[in-house]
Structure formats: C-alpha cells, structure tokens
Design a protein around this ligand. Structure first.
Ligand code: ADP
Length: 242
C-alpha cells in the first residue's frame, strides 16, 4: 500500500489534513432549467438542474398536501477512469435516494401541493466526495429556482487516511483510506440531513472528524452563499448576516 500522508504531513495532492480542495460554485449555469448550479470541488465537476414546481406525471403520484421531490444523481460515462455504463447503477439509485433525503428537510414542500420538483444531478467528472458536492450544488440550484427553503444544505466528507483524520477525501483517499464519512448540514438551523459512515472510528476520532467536517461545511457554505449573491446582486461581496 502506498503512503497517503508523507513525513511532512502532506497528502497525495499536497494538502494539509484539514484543507479543502479548491472549490468553485456558479449559479444559473443552464438557461432552460428553473434553477441550476455547477460545482467544482477538486477534480469533481457536477451540474445540478431544478425543474418545478410543476404538474406531476404520473398524476397518481401527486400529494394533496405537498410537493413531490424527485432526485436523480447520474454519472456520465466519461466521469470515471474507466467508462461507466450510462445505465443507472445500484450505487446511483442509492445516492439519488440519500440526496433526496438530505435536501427534503430544507424545502417547504407544503407550499406547493399537487406539484413535483425534479432535481437532476449530472456528474461530469468524479473525484471522491461527489455525493456531498452534489448536495451542495443541488441545494444552491433549488435556491436559484426560487423554491421556498428553510436553509441551504451544505455537504462535506471527512475520513481517516494513514491513521489520521482528514478533510474532503479525494478519489485515491476515498478508495485506499480506512474511513469515509460524508455529512450534510443546514448550518443556520444546526440540523444534519445526511450522515453516512463507512469504516470504523473511535469516539475521539469521531468527535475530531465531525468537528473537521463542520468547519469544512462552514467554508463551503460561504462560497455557496457568495455564488447566489453574485447572481442576484451582481457582486461576490458577502452581505453580512444579521
Ligand atoms: P462519493 O463520490 O460520494 O465519494 P463513493 O464513495 O461511492 O461516492 O465513490 C467514491 C469515488 O469513486 C467517486 O467519487 C468516483 O471518483 C469513484 N467511482 C464511483 N463509481 C465509480 C465507477 N463506477 N467507476 C469508477 N470509479 C467510480
């Protein structure tokens, strides 16, 4: 097994253990969707598009008291090292479900009875942590679509690599590391909406990992917020929160 953290404490891509990859979020990148956002997190390139609230097809799926949220996470055939089949895999079906569950608490679906809100996520390039980056992009796209929301949802993964807790795992760390723990949170409401843990952590490691993920989410949230402000107010200067 290759070493994933060198003697200077630097990771395979030169980052410190608590460092995020470069991140860029853009809002309103698609003209035909009601809301959209793109995210680049390291080598991940992901686009989220939102349609709705709109009429539900098939009609019997409509809910009389709320909107129906549907999510599709899809990886393009060229998004991985070896060509991925374009057909939805079990992994994509599962990730679509956890993304829907991570976004749903943030949306005031009761405001749109008998309608559907569709969220399409296309992973153009995957590099580890694509589900959390997708959640961040999708919640930004939902805000862009003007859907009533309680808060934005921000995702970030932490893990354990070479015995150390590290923030924002890349593809190699995800595959060769010991632990992967993706989380998503509504920071203003202080509520977790996604929590997954692959591997084993001691209670002390868990506490450290969780705090690191929270710090990562706070940084990503600022970028998410600035991207929305940039589109709607034409400036990337953050507007102070009261
Ligand atoms: P996440 O992207 O949320 O970390 P996983 O932990 O399941 O989700 O996947 C980790 C990484 O493995 C992905 O980001 C991607 O780079 C890679 N990967 C996932 N599915 C495939 C696939 N079918 N072929 C090649 N690489 C894949």
């Amino acid at each position: 097994m290759r070493k994933l953290i060198d003697e200077n404490g630097l990771r395979v891509d030169g980052r410190r253990v608590d460092e995020l990859r470069p991140i860029k979020i853009e809002v309103g990148v698609l003209k035909n969707a009601n809301g959209s956002a793109s995210i680049e997190l390291g080598k991940n390139k992901i686009i989220a598009a939102v349609y709705g609230p709109k009429e539900v097809h098939p009609k019997h799926m409509a809910r009389p008291d709320r909107s129906l949220l549907r999510c599709r996470y899809h990886m393009s055939p060229f998004s991985t090292e070896t060509r991925k089949s374009p057909a939805p895999s079990r992994r994509e079906v599962e990730i679509s479900k956890v993304i829907r569950e991570a976004l749903e608490p943030a949306l005031i679906l009761e405001d749109y009875p008998r309608t559907a809100i569709d969220v399409y996520i296309e992973v153009l390039q995957a590099d580890g942590g694509s589900r959390v980056a997708s959640i961040t992009a999708a919640s930004t796209a939902l805000a862009d679509a003007g859907i009533n929301m309680r808060d934005l949802v921000t995702g970030c993964a932490v893990g354990k690599v070479d015995g150390q807790i590290v923030l924002d795992l890349n593809d190699i760390e995800d595959k060769e590391g010991e632990v992967d723990m993706p989380i998503a949170i509504m920071l203003n409401l202080n509520q977790i909406t996604l929590f997954q843990l692959e591997g084993i952590l001691t209670p002390e490691e868990f506490k450290k990992a969780f705090e690191m993920a929270l710090e990562g989410c706070k940084k990503i949230y600022q970028i998410q917020r600035e991207a929305l402000i940039k589109k709607y107010f034409g400036s990337s200067e953050p507007i102070p929160v009261e």
